[in-house]
Ligand binder design. Structure first.
Ligand code: ATP
Length: 325
């Protein structure tokens, strides 16, 4: 029997495509590790207009597997791209199945635009998109809040990728309070040609603090200055208030970042920050035209890849006309 006939018999949609945004952390404060090993954080998340897409195709044999979409806009090493239970999208689909008791399977084709191990939560966006796509494909009909509970078990940044926009994240980052943002901001992203492992960046931060004999309590809130600057949509105030506790650790592991930051600020960026654990850099511009100008100058002078984006971007959603029935 041909595959389409099987799909018709199953009663499920053939494929569903969902998208979810990458993020930057406009502010990131982090305390010493808790007893469970996680670092407590207070972060201001901002979803940016750089989406991952996950297309879920129903499988009758109950298997769940991932594959990389050839149309991905970033170079990905096929050999090291996880296709089994190590892939966060597969983990998400398995967790949805556990939570709902369905027996269906899915192939998850992942179109990557967010740099891998770049500090922009690309894997987390894949997990969020996979939850939304499989929830529709398998007709499990969980609410966004129910999906968020599953998401919190998958990784600190997964709930934010579901909701998008802007949000304060406490705890490990999964305890979210949405920030009602009505202003747009403009950014130039500079992905690196390499990744940084988030756990290694945290280890480096702990080492640096130990050497300096500094202990840092769990942060309780993000600074009001950065929150107001983002709400006001004032790029200069934002530039003066963005902060990332992980930056010294990221720069210790990738020292060339310091030079690139300096050069981008000379090229007109109001401020350049390390996104999450890095190494992706995010430059603040005051308009999309300004962002384009900075982007061109960085390309010309530093021969680096740049991506111009606006924010905020919406959380995970199903793409129309994607074959869902
Ligand atoms: P975060 O900012 O959430 O710490 P990141 O953006 O630095 O994450 P990711 O691209 O999300 O990093 O992935 C980090 C690692 O997770 C990769 O090195 C890869 O081995 C593994 N991984 C698992 N699933 C995926 C996925 N769907 N896409 C990319 N990497 C994945």
């Amino acid at each position: 029997m041909s595959l389409p006939a099987l799909e018709e018999q199953s009663g499920f949609a053939r494929t569903v495509t969902a998208r979810a945004p990458g993020k930057i952390n406009v502010s990131f404060e982090c305390g010493d590790p808790r007893e469970d090993g996680f670092h407590p954080v207070a972060t201001l998340y901002l979803a940016v207009g750089l989406d991952e897409e996950v297309t879920a195709r129903h499988r009758d044999d109950g298997e769940i597997a991932a594959e990389l979409d050839d149309a991905s806009s970033i170079a990905v090493d096929q050999a090291s791209f996880p296709v089994g239970a190590d892939n966060l999208a597969v983990k998400a689909a398995l967790a949805l199945r556990d939570a709902t008791g369905v027996h269906a399977g899915a192939d998850l084709r992942i179109l990557k635009r967010v740099p891998i191990a770049g500090g922009m939560g690309g894997g987390s966006a894949d997990a969020a998109a996979a939850l939304v796509a499989c929830n529709a494909l398998w007709e499990t009909r969980l609410s966004r809040q129910d999906l968020a509970s599953i998401a919190a078990g998958l990784g600190s940044d997964v709930p934010f990728a579901l909701f998008g926009g802007a949000a304060v994240g406490l705890g490990r980052g999964e305890d979210l309070a949405p920030v009602p943002l009505r202003t747009e901001s403009h950014w130039v992203l500079i992905p690196a040609s390499y990744g940084l492992s988030t756990p290694k960046v945290y280890q480096e931060l702990d080492r640096q603090r130990e050497r300096a004999d500094v202990s840092v309590p769990a942060p309780q809130e993000v600074s009001p200055e950065v929150l107001h600057a983002l709400l006001e949509g004032d790029p200069l105030k934002l530039a003066a208030s963005v902060h990332n506790d992980l930056t010294p650790a990221s720069i210790a592991l990738a020292p060339e970042l310091a030079h690139v930051i300096e050069r981008t600020e000379e090229a007109g960026a109001h401020k350049t920050l390390v996104s999450g654990s890095g190494p992706t850099l995010a430059c603040i511009a005051h308009s999309s035209a300004h962002a384009e100008r900075i982007s061109m100058q960085i390309r010309d002078e530093l021969d680096l890849q740049t991506i111009v984006v606006s924010a905020p971007a919406a959380g995970a959603s199903i793409l129309p006309n994607c074959g869902a029935v």
